[in-house]
Design a protein around this ligand. Structure first.
Ligand code: MN9
Length: 291
């Protein structure tokens, strides 16, 4: 089993002027991230606008990243979908193309019972025969996997990691305490230091795309016990995150990648609204001050 600990950018999906997926830009981004020293890539998550892409596009994105990464770093492919069948197809596809693990948010929109949610995850694991990273993001899905009976899922031997996109650090610590061997990857970049202090052994984040080195330095400061430095770096991150969330985080990340990595990512699909010129300026200024 691959060691999934580490710092991962949640890759955006670069799009050209017509709104089509730009595979060339995505390849360039994969190369850039590996050069920045990340330990893995997270493909097709929230930042990738996965729920705004067709199944074919999601497969093309996963294939492009897996081929370009060529085993140099871990690749986790998010295969979560509105329904079990689609998620199984995406998971089998990820396996065929060499992903190290699949990952999924719980099934969204309809209100499923906990048994149904756990059943969904079990089906993905069994049908794709893959290790799974549970993507817990209750603010988006309305389902919390780290509290109540849903936590049973973490007992499954092939549930190897949790993407904890939640600021409840007590729940993170409790899930880890009850499931030795489970790897936690922090999901909110603005809470990385808190996550580390409660047992996370890495992170998956949208802002990693353009400041991986800052997160690597933050982790190093934490590990060496330099709390003041770790906190200073987290504060700089948070200045950036605050502005980005205000203007729309996914478009802001795409803009920051075009500035820092010199890779044009285009705009997010609707209903997301493209950044105004004033918003772009705000992003540029906050990066200049804190990067
Ligand atoms: O994948 C991202 N989650 C979401 C991780 O966007 C839902 C985070 O990196 C956030 O974008 C970031 C800003 O809140 O922490």
């Amino acid at each position: 089993m691959k060691d999934l600990r580490g710092i991962y950018p949640a890759l955006p999906t670069p799009m050209d002027k017509t709104g089509a997926v730009d595979r060339g830009a995505l390849e360039a981004l994969v190369e850039y991230e590996i050069g920045e020293g990340v330990e893995g890539l997270y493909v097709g998550g929230s930042t990738a606008e996965s729920f705004l892409l067709t199944e074919e596009e999601r497969m093309a994105v996963a294939e492009t990243v897996l081929k370009k990464a060529a085993g140099k770093v871990n690749v986790i492919v998010h295969t979560g979908s509105g329904g079990t069948d689609g998620a199984v197809r995406l998971s089998k596809h990820a396996k065929e193309h060499g992903a190290d693990a699949i990952s999924s948010v719980p099934p969204i929109y309809f209100k499923y019972t906990t048994e149904e949610v756990i059943g969904y995850y079990r089906t993905l694991i069994e049908e794709a025969d893959m290790p799974l990273v549970v993507y817990n993001i209750p603010a988006f899905t309305g389902i919390n996997m780290t509290t109540g009976p849903a936590r049973e899922l973490f007992k499954h031997p092939r549930v190897v990691a949790l993407k904890h996109t939640n600021t409840n650090m007590y729940e993170l610590e409790r899930v880890l305490a009850h499931n030795p061997g489970l790897v936690a990857l922090n999901g909110y970049d603005e809470a990385f230091l808190s996550g580390l202090s409660m047992g996370a052994e890495g992170m998956i984040g949208s802002t990693v795309n353009f400041m991986a080195k800052k997160f690597i330095a933050l982790r190093a400061a934490f590990r060496s016990g330099n709390n003041a430095e770790a906190f200073k770096l987290q504060r700089e991150v948070n200045e950036i995150v605050e502005t980005m969330v205000e203007v729309g985080v996914f478009n802001a990340v795409k803009h920051a990648v075009s500035l820092k990595a010199k890779i044009e990512c285009g705009s997010c699909r609707g209903p997301f609204k493209p950044l105004s010129e004033a918003d772009k300026k705000r992003v540029e200024q906050v990066l200049e001050k804190n990067l």
